[in-house]
Every structure is written in structure tokens, then in C-alpha cells.
Design a binder for this molecule. Structure first.
Ligand SMILES: NC(=O)c1ccc[n+]([C@@H]2O[C@H](COP(=O)([O-])OP(=O)(O)OC[C@H]3O[C@@H](n4cnc5c(N)ncnc54)[C@H](O)[C@@H]3O)[C@@H](O)[C@H]2O)c1
Length: 467
């Protein structure tokens, strides 16, 4: 009898083969998943690079410090990843909450109301003008880079105040072309009130580039965008009394010479007036320059004399009171903020439409320059005695010769042109205006008239000129 065939060897062989097959399959699977993983990473990297190159940052860093601004179009754009990604995300949604806010803020609430882009809305004059425009029913959108030339927390407080009145401030820099273009895409602004600038006469000796970056490059960038959009807006912008420089003809009239600036600040404002002429001439932009004279009042600028004298006197500190080289008193045509706001609104109301379209001029356009002053210069000594009265404090005056830092000894405005064209008539004397300022100051810094707290004050870039 034949014995049954021995199958144990065949079975073992088959098992071994199947084990080898499984092993190969696992290896294959393992290596292909590794490949897939690497390919995914690679694709993701390529996508990130392509996206970054095609979508440059649209808003500037919130903390552009003038001292960091290295040059025109250079290191101006300090950009935080956070601000880029936030901004881009509302962008990519297209008509996201950012756009909604922009539109809501800029929509007029009165018939034939304006839609105004206010640059420098976080600043002293910009915040007051934004509120006044909003209150009368115009749409207002602010733009400000909240730089730290002086305490940014004051700018943030102004921003909060504007927020309460539904004025939105976009955080960004004048030099950010993509941002400005986007703003005009979202809103067909009828007017631009351009107040953003590097202010202050003395600080120009410390950080000249910040004046070039904001007052020249930033202004040109804004005008470049305004000339291209359709319809072109009418533009009212802040020049300065400092353009009169070494002019000795008083009171200063718009007809006087302005080709002898005494500071780089003044030179950049004068350059602005010439640049305005060019854009008016070539592209038909309607432009009005306003030469402000030492503007003061509540929510004012901490780098200006009336402000830091108040702070120093309350703290019992010595104050430097300047004399001219020939030992005369320095005097300023101090102008109260409410008067200046009326002047700005008057200039906006009488601004004609720009005449260009598609970047081309279609006819002659309006080009104007006005003094906005108070018409009555007050010696700085008198400013100090008014403050002494209001604060009930004797000032520790240190009278010294004015250093050669760009300040001029005397300013005095002739405002008859602004009166003729839009009824500008300043009505606040220095004592009345300073009383309002001191009241605001005490309340803002939480100072009891008897208990003078060392508050959140700061010591930055003193500037007496009111530039
Ligand atoms: N206050 C005065 O006495 C006076 C006098 C003459 C002229 N001016 C001019 O009036 C305008 C307003 O002055 P102010 O006293 O309100 O000054 P301000 O410094 O309080 O306001 C200017 C605002 O512009 C912003 N800003 C500056 N550079 C910017 C940039 N590149 N991009 C975006 N925002 C920027 C600042 O953060 C600031 O909030 C300025 O152009 C100033 O030169 C003022």
C-alpha cells in the first residue's frame, strides 16, 4: 500500500512564500507612504512660497517708530506676521468683516454727504476733524500708523473715542501702496483730508529720514493712488506756517516768500506744496494746502510747549523759556483746535472736484493755499503766566537763548484769504483755549488739582514750534 504523499514540505514552502510576499507588500506600502508624505510637504512648501511672493503685506506694522524708519521705501515696512495674516484672511474672504467696517465707517449719513479718507486720524488735528465730519453726517475712514514719535497710548485713546462715534481707523502707513489702493477699491472717496505727517521741528535733527519718509515719500504715494482712481478725490492737506521760515514780513501772507525754510520739517512741507502743484498740473487733482499756526487744545500733542509746560509745572520742574538771539521774547500765533477744525471743514466744503480720470488730466483743476492762524501772536512768557493762573502754580522759569534748532522767533498769520473764500474767523483767545486744555488734561491724566499724581506722562521730543 502506497503511503500518502508527504505534503508538509510543500505547505511549509507555500507559507514561506506568502510570508515573503507580505513582507514585500508592507515594505512597498511603507516606502510609498513615505514618498507621499514627502511629496505633500514639498507641495505645501511650494504653495507657501508662491503665496508669499504673490501677496505682499498690505498693512504696515502698528508700531512704526520714526526712529526705525531707515529710508524711503526701505525699512519703513516693518511687518508683523500676525498683522499680515489677519489682514490677508479678511482679504481672501473678499468683503469680509474688515471691508464691512471700512464701508460702514466711510458711508455718509446725510444727503450729498462726503466720504472722506482722513490720514493721521489718530493724531491731534485728525481726530478732531474726523469727529466733526462724522457729527455732521459725512462718512469718515481714518488711516494712521500709530507711530511712537509721542506716546502712542494717547493716539489709542483718541482711536477709542472715534470708535464710539463709529469712525474706524485702518492701521497702516502712507507708503503702503497696496493698502491705499485697496481702500479706494472698497470706497470711492469724494475727499481726502491728509493730515498724517512727521510733525515737530526739533526732532528733524535727530531723525531726518522720518520726515522724508512720511512728508515726502508718503505724500507722493498718496497722490499716486489719488491720481489713478476714478473718480479722483479732492484733497485738502496740512502744510505748515513753518514754510515762512526766515521771512520777516509780518503778518505772514500767502503771497510772501517761502523759499527760506529754517528746518528740515519746514523744507518737507514746502516740498509738499511744490509736489501738490505738480500733481495738480499734470493729473488734474484739486489740492488745497493749509498752513496751520501752532494749534493747541484738548487731546493735543505732548511734544508742544503748552503741553509739556503744563506737565512740568505740575511736577514742580524747571521749564526752559526761549528768548531770541537779540534777547526779545519768542511769540507764537497760537490757534485753538476748534477754529482750525472749522477751517479744515470750510476748505473741504469749498474744494472743487478734481478734473482728471484714468490718470489723465481733463481740464484745469483747483490749487489753493491758506493760512489758518489766530492773527494775534502771544509771547511765550504770557503763555506761561496764563498757565500759572490756571494751574495755581508758580513756574520755575529758566530763560535761555533759543538754540539753533530750526525754530523761528515769531509767527503771525494773515487769514484774510481763508475768510474771503470760506468765512474762516478764529474766535478763541489763548486764555479761553488754555482753560479748556487744562480741564481736559486734568481729567485725562486723572489729576486732582491738589494731588498732582506722577501720571502716565512721558518725556519725549519736546517741540515748542507747534509744527
Ligand atoms: N499741531 C500743529 O500745531 C501743526 C502746525 C503746523 C502743521 N501741522 C501739521 O498738521 C498735521 C496734523 O498735525 P498734528 O498736530 O495732529 O500731529 P500728530 O502727530 O498728532 O498727527 C499726525 C498723525 O499722523 C500719523 N502718521 C505719521 N506718519 C504717518 C505715516 N507715514 N503713515 C500713517 N500715519 C502716519 C501719526 O501717527 C499721527 O497720529 C501734520 O501734517 C502736521 O505737520 C500741525
Amino acid at each position: 500500500m502506497a503511503s500518502p504523499p508527504d505534503t508538509s514540505k510543500t505547505i511549509k514552502l507555500e507559507r514561506y512564500n506568502s510570508y515573503i510576499r507580505r513582507l514585500q507588500l508592507t515594505k512597498l506600502l511603507h516606502s510609498s507612504s513615505k514618498l507621499l508624505f514627502r511629496a505633500t510637504i514639498l507641495i505645501a512648501l511650494v504653495l507657501i512660497i508662491v503665496f508669499t511672493l504673490n501677496h505682499p503685506p498690505l498693512s504696515d506694522s502698528s508700531t512704526t517708530n520714526p526712529s526705525d524708519v531707515g529710508g524711503v521705501g526701505g525699512s519703513i515696512h516693518h511687518h508683523s506676521f500676525l498683522s499680515t495674516s489677519l489682514f490677508s484672511s479678511s482679504f481672501s474672504v473678499g468683503g469680509g468683516s474688515w471691508e464691512k467696517q471700512v464701508r460702514h465707517s466711510a458711508t455718509p449719513r446725510r444727503p450729498n454727504g462726503f466720504s472722506v479718507l482722513v490720514t493721521g486720524a489718530g493724531g491731534f488735528i485728525g481726530s478732531h476733524c474726523s469727529l466733526a465730519l462724522k457729527k455732521r453726517g459725512d462718512g469718515v475712514l481714518g488711516l494712521d500708523n500709530f507711530n511712537s514719535y509721542y506716546d502712542p497710548s494717547l493716539k489709542r485713546s483718541r482711536q477709542k473715542l472715534l470708535q464710539k462715534h463709529e469712525v474706524f481707523i485702518v492701521e497702516g502707513d502712507l507708503n503702503d501702496n497696496a493698502l491705499l489702493t485697496k481702500l479706494f477699491d472698497v470706497v470711492p472717496f469724494t475727499h481726502v483730508l491728509h493730515l498724517a505727517a512727521q510733525a515737530g521741528v526739533r526732532y528733524a535733527m535727530q531723525n531726518p529720514q522720518s520726515y522724508v519718509a512720511s512728508n515726502i515719500a508718503g505724500f507722493v504715494n498718496l497722490l499716486e493712488v489719488c491720481k489713478t482712481v476714478n473718480p479722483q478725490p479732492s484733497i485738502v492737506w496740512a502744510s505748515s506756517s513753518s514754510v515762512y521760515g526766515l521771512n520777516t514780513q509780518v503778518p505772514f501772507s500767502e503771497m510772501d516768500r517761502t523759499d527760506q525754510p529754517a528746518s528740515l520739517y519746514a523744507a518737507t512741507k514746502k516740498a509738499g506744496e511744490e509736489i501738490a502743484h505738480t500733481y495738480n498740473h499734470i493729473y488734474g487733482l484739486a489740492l488745497t494746502g493749509l498752513r496751520f499756526f501752532t494749534v493747541y487744545g484738548p487731546w493735543g500733542r505732548p511734544d508742544m510747549a503748552y503741553f509739556f509746560f503744563t506737565k512740568d509745572m505740575l511736577q514742580g520742574k524747571k521749564i526752559d523759556v526761549y528768548q531770541t538771539q537779540d534777547e526779545k521774547e519768542v511769540a507764537r500765533d497760537f490757534t485753538y483746535i476748534d477754529d482750525v477744525v472749522k477751517g479744515c471743514l470750510g476748505a473741504l466744503d469749498t474744494a472743487e472736484k478734481s478734473t482728471g480720470s484714468g490718470g489723465k488730466k481733463k481740464g484745469p483743476a483747483q490749487l489753493r493755499v491758506y493760512n489758518l492762524g489766530n492773527t494775534s501772536p502771544v509771547p511765550v512768557g504770557r503763555l506761561v503766566s496764563i498757565l500759572e493762573n490756571l494751574l495755581n502754580k508758580k513756574a520755575k522759569k529758566h530763560v535761555i537763548k533759543m538754540p539753533r534748532n530750526g525754530d523761528v522767533p515769531y509767527t503771525h498769520a494773515n487769514v484774510s484769504l481763508a475768510y474771503k473764500d470760506f468765512g474762516y474767523k478764529p474766535s478763541t483767545d489763548l486764555a479761553t483755549g488754555l482753560r479748556k486744555f487744562v480741564k481736559w488734561y486734568m481729567s485725562y491724566y486723572g489729576i486732582d488739582t491738589r494731588v498732582k499724581k506722577e501720571s502716565k506722562l512721558f518725556n519725549q521730543h519736546p517741540d515748542e514750534s507747534g509744527a
